[in-house]
Ligand binder design. Structure first.
Ligand code: SF4
Ligand code: SF4
Length: 206
């Protein structure tokens, strides 16, 4: 028992003559160490609203809701739930949509709602069944990444034709909810509707 008491005495003397390890926050600004993982910061111009970060966020601090009527995706980031794991930054498809900062202490608030941020992105919706395909920015991002190869997909080609105003008057033939018709392959339809057209008209030759 003698030696542990001597060791504790030694540590007490050392701590008396060395400065405190803790910082004086909030009286003084805290300077974090290099590579400290603090609050994630979103760069909306480089975020395409793909929802990948929501899918990898362990505490579900990032969630999204899609309004098919208004064609708007709302991304909600609740930093009160964030554990600063960095998964959102690591898996961001653009590599620049979200990055962890060193500003964790800015999250000290009395009202937790102040730690919630929102983003709004335009949705691309299937003209036949109304299913959400993705966001417009996400598809544009893929076009930029793939270059001309993107247009091997008929969906991408149809979206490009709309953008270039080459598909005006190209209304959907089938009523909403019905199996799209062969001509509807040239409308903006989701992969599931496209599969139905392919099976019905191309493979079976109906
Ligand atoms: S750092 Fe981790 S917990 Fe925080 S938002 Fe990103 S993925 Fe979610
Ligand atoms: S993964 Fe990146 S681009 Fe996709 S929603 Fe998250 S921050 Fe935006």
């Amino acid at each position: 028992m003698k030696y542990p008491k001597l060791r504790e005495l030694r540590e007490a003397v050392i701590s008396l003559v060395t400065p405190a390890y803790t910082s004086k926050f909030p009286a003084e600004e805290h300077v974090p160490f290099t590579d400290f993982r603090g609050k994630p910061v979103v760069d909306d111009t480089n975020c395409v609203g793909c929802e990948t970060c929501a899918n990898v966020c362990p505490p579900l601090a990032i969630t999204f809701t899609d309004d098919k009527e208004k064609k708007i995706r709302t991304i909600t980031r609740d930093y009160g739930k964030c554990i600063f794991c960095g998964q959102c930054q690591e898996h961001c498809i653009t590599g620049k949509g979200v990055k962890l900062s060193d500003k964790i202490y800015d999250l000290a608030v009395f009202d937790r709602a102040k730690n919630v941020e929102y983003q709004y992105k335009e949705l691309l919706v299937c003209e036949s069944c109304g299913a959400v395909i993705t966001t417009v920015e996400h598809l544009n991002y893929m076009h930029r990444k793939l270059g001309p190869k993107a247009f091997a997909s008929i969906l991408n080609l149809n979206v490009l034709n709309r953008k270039l105003k080459l598909a005006e008057g190209q209304e959907l033939t089938a009523a909403t909810g019905e199996t799209p018709q062969r001509k509807d392959m040239f409308s903006v339809i989701c992969p599931n509707c496209l599969r139905q057209v392919t099976v019905k008209y191309l493979f079976k030759g109906a």
